[in-house]
Design a protein around this ligand. Structure first.
Ligand SMILES: Nc1nc2c(c(=O)[nH]1)N(C=O)[C@@H](CNc1ccc(C(=O)N[C@@H](CCC(=O)O)C(=O)O)cc1)CN2
Ligand SMILES: Nc1ncnc2c1ncn2[C@@H]1O[C@H](COP(=O)(O)OP(=O)(O)OP(=O)(O)O)[C@@H](O)[C@H]1O
Length: 195
């Protein structure tokens, strides 16, 4: 347990440093490529409520794809950190002010109609790392793990740069697996999604 935490912590630091090392042009190109794929994903065709995130810490930026999904009539949500360290999702209305949370990441103002993870049709998760089995590594707060416990039927798509793939991540009881990973190179269906 202690050694798993230790190795996850080191891995997290390494992977975050790697994505922070990408130059602005590489990041922008990756975001454009990812955005184009995101806007035309067949697996999102029958979805209406889609949760995304605001890119922070050099995360791959899904915003160009999100803008197009919004134009298609999709309802777009952002995570809002709750008292119990889980996440709820609030409608992201373009142009409405956002308030920074304790990590400096914008959230729609409280009072907005919050929905649970279970009420989303698809959730786009920011990844620090992932492996070929759909195991994910996040920022380390356990926020998504706590929130997705009761959201088995929601399509879970992790977003990352190609270079964030690792051979094998240590799994823990509470870890929630991804159905897909989307990178600048395209969509990868993982074990859970292919049956
Ligand atoms: N864009 C984005 N939004 C998100 C997440 C995320 O990973 N990315 N989260 C996914 O869970 C939640 C927030 N979780 C986070 C956890 C840690 C840190 C972070 O930067 N930690 C700093 C030090 C913490 C501090 O300042 O107290 C660090 O590790 O350097 C940020 C977000 C909800 N929103
Ligand atoms: N379902 C859960 N219930 C209670 N605590 C949890 C749950 N999931 C995770 N945690 C706690 O959160 C901590 C961080 O978990 P983990 O390292 O898996 O985070 P992460 O997946 O990297 O982060 P995030 O989910 O925010 O992206 C764990 O040490 C664990 O104590």
């Amino acid at each position: 347990m202690l050694s798993t935490e230790h190795s996850k912590c080191n891995l997290r630091r390494q992977l975050r440093r790697m994505r922070q090392g990408l130059d602005a042009q590489t990041r922008a190109r990756a975001a454009t490529a990812l955005g184009e794929t995101l806007a035309t994903l067949p697996i999102l065709a029958d979805t209406l409520h889609i949760a995304t995130y605001l890119a922070a810490d050099a995360e791959i930026d899904p915003s160009t794809g999100i803008d197009k999904l919004r134009e298609q009539g999709k309802h777009i949500y952002l995570p809002v950190i709750q008292q119990d360290s889980s996440l709820c999702f609030a409608p992201w209305v373009k142009g409405e002010p956002l308030l920074p949370n304790q990590f400096g990441i914008g959230e729609p103002e409280s009072g907005a109609a919050l929905r649970s993870a279970r009420e989303m049709d698809a959730i786009l998760l920011p990844l620090v790392g992932w492996d070929g089995t759909g195991q994910r590594l996040g920022m380390g707060g356990g926020f998504y793990d706590r929130s997705l416990e009761k959201a088995q039927n929601v399509i879970k798509i992790g977003l990352a740069y190609d270079l964030q793939e690792v051979r094998s991540l240590p799994g823990e009881d509470w870890d929630v697996r991804l159905d897909y990973v989307l990178t600048e190179s395209g969509l990868l269906a993982l074990n859970a999604a292919t049956g």
